[in-house]
Design a protein around this ligand. Structure first.
Ligand SMILES: CC(C)(COP(=O)(O)OP(=O)(O)OC[C@H]1O[C@@H](n2cnc3c(N)ncnc32)[C@H](O)[C@@H]1OP(=O)(O)O)[C@@H](O)C(=O)NCCC(=O)NCCS
Length: 169
């Protein structure tokens, strides 16, 4: 099967939204739920997003965002590494359709985000919920380093244990 990674296009959004609904049903990702899947895919601080396409079908995506000091990953990065938060990028919204996993799409999506940041001299930090073990294994294989755990707060007083990785490039 032909697997490619390319910048996300608006016409990918319906297929990605449908994939995200499946991901949420199976993996509970994102913890915030999928009431508005297309809205969730469009991050308002996006630097670039990518779609994984298998045989013409969008099967997964990742986005790279500009950090602010309010982001969980940025707060931990500021505490443990330090630097100019304006030079920090955060990969977010990574998922692959459950029927299309295990062929390297997740790895290629993250590598696209890392490469984009590297060529612009941006540091990288990102958070992941501890329950998302496939993602944690993937980040370890990619050479990312876990720097600290935190509690992610969301919704109406809900919490989820999470951890923060950095990628030295
Ligand atoms: C995390 C996630 C994106 C990984 O997607 P993926 O496309 O399956 O990722 P990869 O194919 O690169 O790697 C996954 C597995 O396939 C294996 N694999 C990768 N390429 C392979 C290949 N060519 N042949 C055989 N196996 C392969 C990897 O070794 C890995 O195995 P492991 O999970 O047992 O460690 C996916 O599991 C997902 O969407 N999870 C739910 C959402 C989520 O947690 N997102 C992260 C939020 S921070």
């Amino acid at each position: 099967m032909a697997l490619t990674i390319r910048p996300r296009r608006d016409e990918d959004l319906p297929a990605l939204a449908a994939a995200l609904v499946r991901v949420h049903a199976q993996d509970g990702y994102p913890v915030e739920g999928v009431a508005d899947p297309e809205g969730w895919l469009r991050h308002d601080r996006e630097l670039q997003s990518w779609t994984a396409v298998e045989d013409g079908l969008p099967i997964g995506q990742a986005a790279l965002t500009r950090a602010t000091s309010d982001d969980d990953a940025a707060r931990v990065w500021l505490d443990h590494i330090g630097g100019d938060v304006n030079r920090l990028a955060i990969p977010v919204r990574l998922f692959v359709h459950p029927d299309h996993r295990g062929t390297g799409a997740g790895r290629l999506l993250m590598e696209a985000a890392f490469e984009f940041a590297r060529t612009r001299g941006l540091a990288i930090a990102f958070d992941v919920m501890l329950k998302d073990q496939a993602a944690i294994r993937l980040y370890g294989r990619l050479g990312a380093q876990q720097i600290a755990n935190l509690t992610h707060h969301y919704g109406d007083g809900l919490t989820e244990p999470a951890t923060v990785f950095v990628m030295h490039q």
